[in-house]
Design a protein around this ligand. Structure first.
Ligand code: ADP
Length: 161
């Protein structure tokens, strides 16, 4: 079994079916995957770190995904990687619009930590339009998000105002 370690960092505010798809596929490539929730006070998130981590853990369980760890970090991703002795980062790519930002981040991270390798997984076409912010918006306006997010998220997000 491939035991290479990799980190999938993100806000996951909240986790969507698009994230779950990336987690599944990254898990096949890297036998030791950590989903790392970014916990930076400067980045305003709708759900607390605790809520986001809870929803990830629960959805991973619901999806029957095994061997994935959920963690969180504050500050720079490169510092988290150094601290945990890792250098592989997973990111998902949807449209060209993701590319600019992701490319910039990957190069900046490489500048800060030369050992880093960012691996991009292309979205499954059926999730190409799916983002956490859009899910929050649809929920806020009373739309049904059950086909976009894991069960635990759909339940929690119903109460969004
Ligand atoms: P961040 O604030 O770090 O961008 P997100 O939770 O929005 O955190 O996204 C984390 C990663 O997951 C990013 O690389 C993003 O491009 C990717 N991602 C988000 N939604 C999808 C999706 N529907 N399909 C594939 N990748 C996705």
């Amino acid at each position: 079994m491939n035991k290479t370690r990799a980190v999938y960092p993100g806000s996951f505010d909240p986790i969507t079916n698009g994230h779950i798809d990336i987690i599944k596929r990254a898990g096949f490539l890297f036998g030791n995957l950590t989903v790392a929730v970014i916990d930076n006070p400067s980045k305003k998130c709708y759900f607390s770190k605790k809520e986001r981590m809870f929803m990830i853990r629960k959805s991973i369980g619901e999806a029957g995904i095994k061997g994935v760890t959920v963690d969180s970090f504050r500050g720079l991703l490169v510092d988290y990687l150094r601290k945990t002795g890792q250098n592989i980062v997973i990111r998902g790519l949807r449209a060209v619009s993701d590319f600019d930002y992701e490319f910039q981040m990957a190069l900046m991270n490489r500048k800060l930590y030369g050992k880093i390798e960012t691996v991009f997984l292309m979205t499954d076409a059926k999730f190409a339009y799916l983002s956490s912010s859009l899910v929050r918006e649809v929920a806020r306006l009373g739309g049904d998000v059950r086909c976009l997010v894991p069960k635990v998220v759909a339940k929690k997000i119903k109460k969004l105002k």
